[in-house]
Design a protein around this ligand. Structure first.
Ligand SMILES: Nc1nc2c(ncn2[C@@H]2O[C@H](COP(=O)(O)OP(=O)(O)OP(=O)(O)O)[C@@H](O)[C@H]2O)c(=O)[nH]1
Length: 423
């Protein structure tokens, strides 16, 4: 794995999206192309995974990598613009990862933030004495408040640009709270959070720890802001940082923790969570819940005959096929283990589950993956089904066990077979 590989991956992503006829740089700057952004995050995730496996041959430096791409064949204006966005997202992605790590390591420590830690630098006091000069040039919204009276002494231009309020609009904290947090309940929550942060600042070298706030702007729009600051005795300085993109990145990270890397469907961890949730729901509402466990037949032989790479591709194809066959939004598909998959079907009785299992069987038959070790000459699967309804006394473990027993019954019947649990 080397730079050329990484460059090509990024290039093909950019090319793929810029080739789309509907695509224009204006779409990008309006930030509407979330599909592109998601695909970029997905790519970063793959590249970062490679890095963590330590199979990079060269030292990896993001700027250097993008520098190399820029020198190469990216001539077209649209492609350059798209590439600039991908570069920006990559930096953002690394930032989100760093934040994630920090949040995790800081959980056991005092609640210090990335921003507030940076202010512990020995230069901080010196910088503070000169903050007035820097104030106007700061790239993030900043406001300076008299701690005693609550008067807002000054805001910088970025503050006006982002929120739309000038000092005339928000001359003191009382008015700021009302305008920036019009919802009374949310305002109470935000005030308490901020007061607690100010208390913490007294113990924390005057750094006001960062928290996220949903701020309402003058034009009625809302922005998620990470607000931290510095208590400087008579006054304090509140520093705002746009948290929208980071929170979205964290959401994607969270989703990825539940994704199976090979098959790109949900993993076992996600299934365990989902099962607990659906099981409780089915019990509470006395609804039915069905579970299909699916196992590829003679998969060891498939690997032996065609190799592990073909085996991996086959797992991906089967997983995607199952996922596309099961179509109701509440239905759920996951990789359960090696060549085993799970389909969880809320509000579905035995007959319904059998119907879905037959659909899956047909869909896999249609994939027509050659398998010389199989009786039919093609890859097949076996499935076990279990259903609970209001009359069934079962717990999660027994629910799975019964489906598993049905699966092994299906295997004993000669495979390429569906069996229903006797429950
Ligand atoms: N290529 C590949 N193979 C895997 C993966 N996970 C599990 N396997 C293989 O799947 C095979 C499962 O073998 P067995 O449990 O004996 O099952 P089987 O050969 O399918 O036999 P039956 O289930 O009885 O039909 C093993 O050889 C595993 O190495 C994977 O991620 N990729």
């Amino acid at each position: 794995m080397n730079y050329a590989y990484q460059i090509n991956e990024i290039k093909s992503l950019v090319e793929h999206y810029t080739l789309k006829s509907s695509f224009s740089p204006n779409d990008l700057s309006a930030n509407t192309n979330t599909e592109f952004k998601k695909a970029a995050y997905h790519l970063f995730y793959e590249l970062i995974k490679l890095k963590s496996l330590r199979i990079y041959q060269e030292p990896n430096h993001i700027t250097e990598l993008f520098g190399l791409i820029k020198q190469s064949s990216f001539q077209d204006r649209i492609e350059k613009k798209a590439l600039a966005h991908v570069e920006y997202w990559w930096l953002e992605w690394y930032f989100a990862l760093e934040m994630d790590e920090k949040i995790n390591t800081e959980k056991n420590n005092t609640a210090m933030s990335y921003l507030s830690q940076s202010t512990q630098h020995p230069m901080r006091k010196h910088e503070l004495s000169h903050y007035a000069k820097l104030f106007a040039a700061l790239p993030m919204p900043v406001c300076n408040v008299c701690a005693r009276t609550g008067d807002i002494l000054r805001v910088n231009q970025r503050f006006v640009d982002v929120f739309g309020y000038t000092v005339k609009d928000v001359p003191n904290l009382n008015i700021w709270w009302q305008k920036a947090y019009p919802d009374i309940k949310y305002r109470e929550f935000a005030k308490t959070l901020w007061d607690n942060s100010l208390q913490l600042a007294l113990k924390n070298n005057n750094d006001i720890p960062a928290n996220n706030y949903r701020v309402s702007c003058k034009n009625g729009s809302q922005v998620m802001m990470e607000v931290s600051g510095i208590d400087i005795g008579e006054e304090f300085l509140a520093v705002f940082k746009d948290a929208t993109e980071r929170l979205q990145a964290e959401d994607i990270l969270r989703d990825m923790a539940f994704l199976d890397a090979l098959t790109k469907i949900a993993n076992r961890r996600r299934f365990d969570e989902k099962l607990t949730h659906e099981f409780e729901r089915a019990k509470a509402y006395e609804g039915s819940l069905s579970l299909i466990i699916l196992d590829i037949d003679h998969f060891k032989e498939f690997n032996d005959l065609y190799g592990h790479v073909a085996g991996d591709t086959c797992l991906y194809d089967v997983a995607q096929k199952i996922a596309s066959t099961v179509s109701r939004p509440e239905d759920f598909v996951a990789r359960y283990g090696g060549e085993e998959f799970i389909v969880l079907l809320p509000q579905t009785d035995k007959q319904g589950a059998l119907f879905i299992a037959e659909q899956i069987q047909k869909a896999i038959e249609n994939l027509a993956i050659a398998h010389e070790g199989s009786f039919t000459g093609f890859l097949s699967v076996s499935m076990g089904i279990n259903t609970i309804d209001k009359c069934t006394a079962s717990d999660e473990l027994n629910f799975i066990k019964a489906a598993d027993s049905a699966l092994y019954y299906a295997k004993r019947q000669g495979r390429n077979c569906i069996a229903l649990s006797a429950n």
